[in-house]
Ligand binder design. Structure first.
Ligand code: MIG
Length: 780
């Protein structure tokens, strides 16, 4: 009760014991190299080492039994055939692939991992792998003073996570997110270390409550979990991008999103009736503000019963959805996991009759209180339940819904622990397991159920799923919004590193509630936030009940005009964004990136929180404070062209940049190119014209990029129905050359050609397209 007063630090209170004794795994007793799994029996534990690729090694330590190697909810690949050379010399056993070298000490058992150049990646200290009698497992790893850490999924605070501690435990946190708010909705027990410009990754695949401590010592960091095994993967990098490719090779990549889901989303807790939703939609049309999606929050349901509509508020949802669709707008309803305990409610009846709800080991159903009152929770750990839940979505898809919003799926429950009883025994596809162990994957598996069900029903169209909770691998099913932020400037600031670290954790399609969820927003904050939102991967304005409405027109014409302009820009940038999302779906690279991803040798980028990149050639430096119209902008190596003024800035310098309320400083790297379309109208959002802006300069180096396009909403691209152009730009003294080096796919876009604009060409510079003096690329 007094936890938020000084009483919380009362000297006599609750001191955690320093006498925690970890039991070391001890010395090596026996080894078995007879299969592709290298096995080591130690005095106090068993270790398995497997190579997934030349660059990825998995180490599993089980203190009791043989390591269990087939229980991951995240990893979707089996180990490849990897050529491993095993040798032994004195005290040291070496296992080497073309990219990795493991040096294993026998007494005590320690594993040190190096790259092919012999540079240390992850190595152990005087302590290595250990456990406690209570089931906790822990790994101690050496830390250098020039190490920087990124990733860890959805965390508050700054970009560089050095000197921080993190807990992974999916939590519903409405209390204001601040720098010490630790466990949030997503748990992604993964991070990337950047050391002298080279990067490697560590993924600790343990679904129990886990902890990462990069703060308590100067010399080592630890990761630990309440139970289970020490089961971790080391990815060799060496570039930040290759770490991401390796991590998403293991845990999967985002499916290519539909173009409409990349547009502007408008939400509110809640638009409470059909009348209100129609008015809202009409307002967007009248004001000619682009919008792709309107979200329906919990008020659309009958008494918060999922898979129902409140017929008083929403008398004809099918008509509503199809009318909106004619206006170019889709409807995304919220679906929570809690199913109201109501013997007259069909979903509850089915759940009971078919035995689909979470239960205790003794067989009783678990009930918890959420919006609908006392509720039961589907046991998504079981295939049969996931199928059922997926199928239930026909309720929505058959009336034209193509996107679903999953909330409260940590799962959140209104009680002291904020979640389900940890003793609930999940069925877990034949391997009964407690909620204590599977809590962190409940949201992931709900996402799997929903995405796969929707995909079945949408007849070749791409489903959109938005989720609050998740675990490593969540990117395969859903995009993620960062939960209940507030209309604070600090939360606008924090959203940048948070979204960037999510991107570095494999989740490319994310964004915060633009304008802030709780608290009253204001004109200036909403305007600045909309400028940023226009370039964050997921772009949704959402606000909470009881606070000011924050649609773009709520603060008068001056602000409306600016916000409208930025929302339109979102659509003008769609060809560029879509190509980047394509790259994310292929390689796992984030769309929104910290500068360090492109400039890992530049220390100035290591903790640069208030600037971000889209792809590899554009830097955004938004204003993130009230009443400020000048800010410092750091530009790395190269020359940079300010997008709206054309002014050229030399890199490796910091500038004071002026930006009035209507301005968002954007810098494009010279020698590169940007794909742009034109904003058309609310129901015709595919641009009829696409152009490529080439930023001239005297670079000498080749810039290569891939332009990708397709119908934007179906899976026809899987059958070759896409347009993919590999383009190179060479900018030299007397000419700027644009060459299409490869064209693939048979998609025929509405534009017949791509217009090429040379930006900043000097008098002596000619623009050559495929060797000719033209200014377009034919695409059909
Ligand atoms: O806390 O459905 O984070 O976006 O509007 C209430 C109502 C439950 C929490 C979500 C928020 C949503 C709200 N939900």
């Amino acid at each position: 009760m007094l936890e938020d007063t000084s009483f919380a630090i009362h000297p006599g209170k609750d001191q955690t014991s320093k006498a925690v004794v970890y039991r070391d795994i001890g010395n090596l007793i026996a080894e078995d190299f007879s299969t592709t799994i290298f096995k080591f029996t130690c005095e106090s534990g068993n270790v398995a080492i497997q190579f997934y690729t030349n660059s990825i090694v998995r180490i599993t330590m089980n203190p009791q039994t043989d390591p269990k190697l087939n229980q991951s909810k995240s990893v979707i690949v089996k180990p490849e055939k990897v050529n491993v050379e095993a040798s032994s010399k004195g005290e040291i056993i070496t296992l080497a692939t073309s990219q990795l070298q493991l040096k294993i000490k026998r007494a005590p058992f320690r594993v040190d991992i190096f790259d092919k150049l012999g540079k240390e990646l992850v190595s152990e200290t005087e302590r290595g792998m250990a456990y406690r009698e209570n089931g906790e497992v822990v790994a101690f790893k050496k830390m250098h003073d020039y190490d920087h850490f990124y990733g860890f999924g959805e965390k508050s605070g700054h970009l560089d996570k050095r000197d921080e501690k993190f807990e992974m435990w999916n939590s519903d946190v409405y209390a204001p997110h601040n720098p010490e708010t630790n466990a949030l909705y997503e748990s992604i027990p993964y991070f990337m270390t950047l050391r002298n410009g080279r990067a490697h990754g560590v993924f600790f695949d343990n679904t129990f409550r886990s902890n990462f401590d990069m703060a308590s010592s100067e010399n080592y960091y630890t990761f630990s979990a309440e139970g289970g095994q020490l089961d971790y993967y080391v990815m060799a990098g060496p570039e930040p991008k290759s770490v991401l490719e390796q991590y998403t090779y293991l845990t999967g990549r985002i499916p290519l999103p539909s173009k409409w889901s990349l547009g502007y989303h408008q939400s509110r807790y809640s638009y409470e009736s059909e009348v209100e939703v129609r008015e809202l939609a009409q307002n967007f049309i009248d004001k000619d503000i682009p919008v792709d999606v309107i979200h329906l929050d919990i008020h659309y349901m009958n008494g918060y019963r999922v898979f129902t509509f409140d017929k008083e508020r929403f008398p004809n949802p099918e008509k509503l959805i199809s009318d909106l669709r004619k206006m170019g707008i889709r409807v995304v309803p919220i679906v929570d996991p809690g199913v109201k305990k109501d013997p007259e409610y069909a979903i509850y009846q089915e759940g009971v009759n078919e035995d689909l709800f979470c239960k205790y080991i003794e067989g009783e159903t678990y009930f918890g209180e959420v919006w609908p009152g006392i509720s039961a929770f589907p046991d998504f750990t079981e295939e049969k339940v996931r199928k059922w839940w997926g199928e239930k979505h026909a309720f929505y898809t058959k009336i034209g819904v193509e996107g679903i919003w999953n909330d409260m799926n940590e799962p959140a429950v209104f009680n002291e622990s904020k979640t389900m009883d940890l003793e609930v025994m999940h069925r877990n596809d034949g391997k009964p397991t407690t909620h204590r162990e599977l809590h962190n994957v409940y949201g992931l598996l709900m996402g799997k159920a929903t995405y796969e069900g929707m995909k079945e029903q949408l007849d070749g169209k791409r489903p959109f799923l938005l989720t609050r909770a998740g675990y490593a691998g969540v990117q395969r099913y859903a995009s993620v919004w960062t939960g209940d932020n507030r209309s604070f400037w600090e939360h606008l600031q924090m959203s940048l590193p948070m979204v960037m670290n999510l991107g570095l954790s494999g989740v490319a399609f994310t964004g915060p509630d633009v304008g802030g969820f709780a608290h009253d927003t204001n004109a200036e904050l909403l305007t600045r936030w909309t400028q940023v939102g226009a370039f964050t991967p997921f772009f949704r304005n959402h606000s909470a009940i009881g606070f000011r409405y924050q649609e773009p027109w709520q603060f008068g014409e001056k602000y409306e005009a600016i916000m409208k302009r930025y929302i339109q820009m979102r659509y003008e940038w769609m060809p560029q964004l879509y190509s980047l999302f394509y790259e994310a779906s292929q390689k796992g690279l984030p769309v929104m990136r910290p500068l360090l991803m492109e400039y890992p040798d530049d220390e100035k980028t290591y903790n640069l929180n208030d600037q971000f990149m889209l792809g590899d050639n554009v830097i955004f430096a938004p204003i993130l404070q009230p009443a400020i119209t000048d800010r410092a902008v750091y530009l790395p190596e190269g020359n940079w062209v300010e997008f709206s003024t054309g002014e050229v800035f030399e890199g490796e310098k910091t500038y004071l940049i002026h930006a009035e309320l209507e301005d968002l400083p954007i810098f494009v790297k010279q020698g590169t190119a940007l794909m742009q379309g034109e904003w058309v109208s609310n129901n015709q959002k595919t641009p009829q014209n696409v152009s490529m802006n080439v930023y001239a300069g005297i670079i000498g180096e080749k810039y290569q990029f891939t332009f990708y396009d397709d119908d934007g909403e179906t899976f026809a691209y899987e059958e070759g129905n896409y347009l993919k152009l590999k383009i190179e730009v060479i900018s030299s003294k007397d000419k700027v050359e644009v060459n299409v080096v490869q064209k693939q796919g048979d998609f025929i876009p509405e534009y017949k050609e791509i217009t090429i604009n040379g930006i900043g060409l000097s008098d002596g510079q000619k623009l050559l397209v495929n060797g000719q003096q033209t200014n377009y690329i034919p695409v059909i």
